[in-house]
Write a protein that binds this ligand. Sequence first.
Ligand code: HEC
Length: 193
Amino acid sequence: MEATISDPDPGQYFNEDITVSAEQDRKFFDIFMVVLGSLVAVAVGIYALAQVVQARTQEEYIKEDAMVQAQIAARIAPVGQVAVAGADNSHLAAPAATPQQPAPVQVAAAMSGEDVYNTACAACHGAGVAGAPKLGDAAAWADRVSKGMDTLAEHAINGFQGSAGYMPPKGGRADLSDDSVKAAVQYMVDNSK
Ligand code: HEC
């Protein structure tokens, strides 16, 4: 039977509707509680797992490794210290536990001049960024070559402030050996004639 506007007693259908929707509500609520319960269980599970993983890795790792401790101390150290005029500031001169920076490992010793150029120098010298003489630009290199290869190598290794711009030491790659940088200079000069 269908309720129409002209129906004398629309209330009867209305009552029926209410019963149905109360049942639906209960069903929904049950499912909702199950879902909520499982999400809580998952969250607790993840938390417990994190605790276990943390206990087995971080804590032991941090406690046993002096290097790690030093690095953490350095990371959380205050960026500055206050020296008070007239007070004894001698303790400030000796910063507590500054971790020794390990010397950069020269991993790139076995690369050819071209490889070194491509990985460390091309970023600037490929396109002539910030005044860097471009690879292949004979005019830009002629004056420089006349300084002598030793000078160019020295400038590439230790850095060089010229009139055109700033050449960072080893192009910013402290891990390159001096010989690799020399090889790259040779490669650049050879290909800029
Ligand atoms: C961040 C950019 C940058 C990178 C990376 C870079 N250079 Fe340079 N380089 C420059 C600039 C700028 C100059 C020009 C400086 C001037 O003469 O004013 C320069 C100049 C030079 C010169 C000439 C120095 C002189 O005395 O005239 C050499 C040789 C050189 N670079 C070698 C290298 C080598 C080798 C690498 C890679 C290991 C490298 N550069 C990576 C920016 C860079």
